[in-house]
Ligand binder design. Structure first.
Ligand SMILES: C[S@@+](CC[C@H](N)C(=O)[O-])C[C@H]1O[C@@H](n2cnc3c(N)ncnc32)[C@H](O)[C@@H]1O
Length: 264
């Protein structure tokens, strides 16, 4: 819990991990995280893809996208490509994805080609200008990828620029309260300060990733600043079909959040 010692406990995915404080140096963080996703990413953290928004929250229940037929879609951090495939199968007219990792982009390309779907892919950090068309998309969305950004406000402004007026932005990420609390001996224990948004690195399966955990108000205020109106926020957990410690934790607090916002 001592923020100044450099060493701390964080939650990454569903697990408690040791972490060390690091400076927010954008190029170092991009190098670390693209290497992580190029090599270990999906093996260690797995793919999180539609219809799942993350643990215990699904599109099938909440219907945030609704009918996407004929709609132009862009995924930020498209990873394995499964969410693009899901929306392509539902007759979206255009599928676009960006990701920082060449290997993830290649996985998406292979999956969509095998599914007979056409996709436009760009390998780039989401924070950077990367040649995506502006005022173009009906939906921009991101399933467990937005939190990797080194610049939340800048990324949300870019997302707004890609959307048509009244276009929809949907994204999911780990709920910040989940990132602070672990289940120990059937008790929920705070391991980290909710307000601590500083950057940290963790080693998982001999690979390193760098992250920061933002508060909910940071997300809400960054959306407002980028010109979005929030239409819905989801932090419920549907745990009825699940057992185990993670589900036990998710019965008590949200582990995933989802925002649906509209460009004004
Ligand atoms: C948890 S995965 C996304 C899961 C994805 N929905 C799937 O189905 O695989 C996070 C993705 O974000 C990408 N990523 C990490 N940092 C990024 C950044 N700064 N800009 C763009 N993509 C990034 C990773 O390469 C990875 O593919």
């Amino acid at each position: 819990m001592d923020k100044n010692s450099g060493f701390r406990t964080n939650v990454v995915g569903g697990s408690q991990v040791g972490a060390i404080a690091v400076d927010m140096d954008k190029s170092v963080i991009h190098k670390t995280n693209s290497l992580f996703w190029d090599t270990k990413g999906n093996d260690v953290l797995g793919a999180t893809a539609l219809p799942k928004y993350g643990a215990f929250v699904s599109e099938e229940k909440y219907q945030l996208f609704g009918d996407v037929s004929g709609k132009k879609m862009l995924e930020i951090g498209c990873g394995s490509g499964q969410s693009l495939q899901y929306l392509g199968d539902r007759k979206a007219s255009e599928l676009w994805g960006i990701d920082i990792s060449e290997n993830q982009i290649e996985k998406t390309r292979e999956l969509l080609t095998a599914s007979g779907l056409s996709v436009k892919l760009i390998c780039s950090p989401m924070e950077e200008k990367c040649g995506l068309p502006e005022d173009y998309f009906d939906f921009v969305y991101s399933i467990y990828a937005i939190g990797w950004t080194t610049d939340l406000e800048g990324t949300f402004c870019r997302v707004a620029s890609y959307l048509k007026k009244d276009g929809v932005f949907i994204f999911s990420w780990s709920h910040p309260i989940h990132k602070c609390v672990v289940l120990e001996n059937n008790m929920l224990v705070f391991k980290k300060c909710y307000f601590d948004e500083s950057w940290y690195s963790s080693s998982i399966s001999e690979s390193t990733l760098s992250l920061s955990d933002r508060t909910l108000s940071t997300y809400v205020n960054a959306l407002a600043k980028a010109g979005f109106a929030i239409e819905q926020m989801i932090e419920e957990s549907d745990t009825q079909d699940y057992d185990g410690d993670f589900a036990k934790k998710a019965k008590m607090l949200p582990v995933t959040f989802v925002f649906k916002a509209r460009k004004l």
